[in-house]
Design a protein around this ligand. Sequence first.
Ligand code: FMN
Length: 166
Amino acid sequence: MIAVIFGSSTMNTEFAAQRVVRAFGSDTADLHDVKTISSSLIERRRSMVFITSTWGAGDLQDDWEAFFPQLQQMDLTGKIFALVGLGDQENYPDSFCDSIALLNQCILQQGGIVVGETSTEGYNFKHSRAARDHTFVGLVLDEDNQADLTDTRIRDWVSTVRPLLS
Ligand SMILES: Cc1cc2nc3c(=O)[nH]c(=O)nc-3n(C[C@H](O)[C@H](O)[C@H](O)COP(=O)(O)O)c2cc1C
């Protein structure tokens, strides 16, 4: 079972996470709010999707920020992760979806593997710590400006990461 773990301040990420679970199918993935989990969930599972919005100027969503010190202490060897970031490319073009870069860096440092890169094509931003060489470290969604693209983006991405997480 893939654990889909989200942190959300104004529900955008929560709704997106529900749609990600639906795209995997409830027999394949289940949904968890990072606010209510303990590190034992991550210890038990092999495959996970971490979903966070970006707040402040490139910061993790608050509940992810609270959990982050625990994640930094965990041994993630042998585990596979995929990342989803929510942000606003029009109002925050210099820190667009930055926070998935923090999760990515932490997972790699703790021995985990990250799959599910996507192209930066179709987005309009100046800088993102989550992007390198026209590639994001995960799936990037913008409910503020491109909500109409979200379902297609989730569907296409889930079909590519599903075999990698199974
Ligand atoms: C005060 C504030 C700061 C924000 N900072 C960023 C940011 O640095 N980068 C970004 O991509 N989006 C930023 N956003 C946009 C949110 O990440 C976006 O609206 C997201 O969909 C919120 O998801 P949530 O409701 O699940 O927390 C910010 C929004 C607000 C209100």
